[in-house]
Design a protein around this ligand. Structure first.
Ligand code: C2E
Ligand code: MG
Ligand code: MG
Length: 697
């Protein structure tokens, strides 16, 4: 209890207590020691006096004892009256019988004759002090002298002595207390300073604080240790902070990577999914209309393939920038795929409001992008769907916007479409087509049609283009423009293209054997098919297998296929060209036309796309483009063939402007092989379109 109470006292009080206790104890010891010493000293002095008296009396009384003069002996003893401390003196004869005696107090009885005096037992405070002295005559003992003294006078002086010492000790204790009072701050002040500092450190977490070290004693080394500890904590705190901010930076970076697209800096698909689900999942989402715009760049792949990925990335960045610039702050924009962007507009009152945004986006694409010194025009196809009108679930809403975007693409690109429920059927159709397409080759559902190409000068058939047809037992005849893109996406185009080439070559070999006048066989080769590393070997193998004259085979490639920057294309082209195979550029004018590659690649023919032929001779733009293509072809010494000629005016215009070769429904639609054979047979050597030719000429 006392111990625990002592423990809880302040160091200052403890110090005071310990010091006062030890000082008090020391003073007490001194007091006891001095008192005992005084007692001993007084007693010794008394004894010495007794001894001196005893020797003197013994010497004076020796004659009286020798001569048995009792009176003389008593007389001598009475001299002791001069010594006030002596209370009694007795001379004993050798037989221990008292001979003479003296007593200060008359009441004190003289020892009885023959009584033996017993000595007092030793004690700290004896009631009497005794001194024995031999009485001798010439060294012969003739009696004993006993002198007794009363020490009580001596004892009486002790209390006074004690009180003087005690008083001095108290003064000393008081002085010690006062001195301690002053000195203790020298010890406690640094400790209090340390405590204060510790409190500040723990309250403000400021580990840069340091204690002042004033001494090299224990408190000084405690302050040193404390400072060292603070130094270490500060160091650890700093590295912990650095580690923490490093981790925070890493987390932010990861977060950015997880939620933002590195190319455009826009939120990515992951972010989009979360945001859309959040918006649609919101309590009021069905009370307010949310619009989702799915934006897909037109012909992005061509740019990527021809100008490289770095330019493609620059384009995506610019597109992202343009889209961001035209949207309001509350609208969200994301890059959700390669060339796909999504915009979420909240609280759309009328679908027409959304139309204005879509038009603004289309408008934003009307100016060209300048990328790495290239001037590029890129369009955007936009599909729009609304929540809750078209879907109330994020996945379906996105699918619907995607379907609407496809519809916009089908409608000629660079436009927008609102989702319509009937579009779903078309999207489903695409899925069904893909599934059926996989089995169509095995089930021999494909057939080849052949569309003749004519020379307007001679009126003769100069070529046949093999065109693929798919007759599905339930779906009926499916157009290649519907299934070729699907076959390309799924990779099925490679075996399918091989089948086309083999079938067309086999057919052409038969025709060549029958026909007197040779003609060229045009076979479409898709970009994906030409990318195949073994395409050249496959073509050559098929040519060999079928017995086709390679000089009469013309492979139709698109601009985008040729523009794939890799040198592999050139090697394939040169390899096939070395065997005599020709190349034409299909749909010329619709792709990214860089004239330089016309010079580099071994191209024989430019096939002017039917979209330009369609507008001649009335549409001045189509006329201008067609005339320009013809001029380029002529200057590069290339053959020119116009596709999709449907009218007499078109044929006339082309002929007058130097395009000799044409292909189109005006002269002949694509025909099944047997009908094409018949046409060839009929026109064998003769002008097949003599009448028309004559009319034109
Ligand atoms: P293309 O190679 O440009 O073929 C010409 C297309 O124009 C054919 O369409 C043909 O029927 C059509 N056409 C010809 N004359 C006229 C006309 O006067 N008016 C109109 N409106 N159209 C005309 P088709 O057969 O539907 O083929 C479309 C496209 O599908 C082809 O365009 C070609 O790119 C692709 N294709 C067809 N067969 C194959 C094939 O075996 N392999 C590959 N890779 N693609 C093919
Ligand atoms: Mg073609
Ligand atoms: Mg074409």
């Amino acid at each position: 209890m006392i111990r625990s109470r002592f423990k809880n006292l302040s160091i200052e009080t403890k110090l005071q207590f310990i010091n006062m206790a030890t000082t008090g104890f020391a003073l007490g010891l001194v007091l006891v020691f001095l008192t005992l010493h005084e007692l001993w000293y007084q007693r010794e002095t008394l004894l010495e006096n007794l001894m001196a008296d005893g020797r003197m009396i013994a010497s004076n009384a020796s004659a009286a004892v020798l001569f048995q003069d009792r009176d003389e002996a008593t007389e001598i003893l009475s001299a002791l009256q001069a010594s006030p401390a002596v209370t009694r003196a007795v001379i004993y004869l050798p037989d221990h019988k008292p001979f003479a005696s003296y007593a200060r107090d008359a009441n004190l009885a003289a020892p009885a004759e023959g009584a033996v005096v017993t000595t007092h037992p030793p004690s700290l405070f004896p009631s009497a002090l005794e001194f024995w002295q031999d009485i001798q005559v010439r060294d012969e003992k003739i009696g004993d002298l006993l002198i007794e003294a009363d020490p009580h006078d001596l004892y009486r002086t002790l209390p006074r002595y004690l009180s003087i010492i005690a008083f001095s000790a108290s003064i000393a204790l008081l002085l010690a207390f006062l001195v301690l009072q002053r000195l203790k701050t020298a010890i406690t002040a640094p400790l209090l300073n340390l405590t204060d500092l510790m409190r500040k450190v723990s309250r403000h977490k400021d580990y840069s604080l340091r204690s002042e070290v004033h001494s090299s004693d224990e408190v000084g080394s405690l302050a040193h240790c404390f400072n060292d500890m603070l130094e270490q904590i500060q160091h650890r705190d700093r590295s912990l902070r650095e580690e923490l901010s490093e981790r925070r930076r890493a987390e932010e970076h990861l977060d950015r990577l997880a939620y933002y697209d590195t190319v455009t800096g826009l939120p990515n698909r992951h972010y989009f999914n979360e945001r859309l689900a959040h918006i649609i999942g919101g309590a009021n989402s069905f009370a307010e209309r949310t619009a989702l715009m799915f934006i897909d760049l037109d012909n992005f792949k061509i740019i990527n393939d021809t100008l490289g990925h770095a330019v493609g990335d620059l384009l995506l960045q610019d597109v992202g920038g343009r889209l961001k610039a035209l949207l309001r702050s509350g609208d969200y924009i994301f890059r959700i795929g390669g060339d796909e962007f999504a915009v979420i507009l909240e609280k759309v009152e009328h679908p027409e409001d959304c139309m204005a945004v879509a038009e603004k986006i289309i408008q934003a694409f009307s100016t060209c992008f300048t990328l790495d010194q290239h001037q590029i025009f890129v369009g955007a196809s936009i599909g729009i769907s609304f929540c809750p009108d078209d879907a109330t679930e994020a996945g379906t809403l996105l699918k619907n916007a995607d379907t609407a975007m496809y519809s916009a693409k089908e409608r000629g690109k660079n436009t927008f479409q609102f989702f319509q429920p009937e579009m779903k059927g078309r999207a489903l159709n695409r899925l069904t087509l893909e599934n059926n397409l996989r089995r169509a080759l095995e089930r021999s559902e494909f057939v080849l049609y052949y569309q003749p190409q004519f020379d307007l000068e001679s009126g003769r058939i100069t070529g046949m283009e093999a065109l693929l047809r798919w007759s599905h037992p339930e779906l009926g005849t499916v157009s290649p423009s519907e299934f070729i893109p699907i076959a390309e996406d799924s990779g099925l185009i490679v075996p399918l293209g091989e089948w086309v080439l083999r079938t067309a070559c086999a057919q052409a070999a038969i025709w060549q054997a029958e026909c007197a006048v040779p003609f060229v066989l045009g076979v479409n080769i898709s970009g994906r098919q030409f990318k195949d590393d073994t395409v050249a070997e496959k073509v050559l193998q098929i040519v060999l297998e079928t017995g086709m004259d390679p000089r009469l085979l013309e492979l139709e490639l698109t601009e985008s296929t040729l523009m794939d920057g890799s040198g592999a294309n050139m090697r394939k082209l040169m390899r096939l060209r070395a065997m005599g195979i020709r190349f034409s550029i299909d749909d010329f004018g619709t792709g990214y036309s860089s004239m330089s590659y016309l010079k580099r690649f071994p191209i024989a023919t430019l096939k002017i796309d039917r979209s330009f032929i369609d507008g001649i001779p009335d549409n001045p733009e189509d006329v201008a483009i067609t005339t320009a293509i013809i001029a380029v072809g002529k200057s590069l010494n290339l053959e020119l063939l116009a596709e999709g000629v449907e009218t007499r005016e078109q044929a006339e215009y082309l002929r007058n402007n130097g395009c000799r070769h044409i292909q189109g429904n005006y002269f002949s639609k694509p025909l099944p092989a047997n009908e094409a054979s018949l046409l060839l047979l009929v026109s064998n050597g003769k002008p097949a379109v003599a009448e028309t030719s004559a009319t034109i000429s």
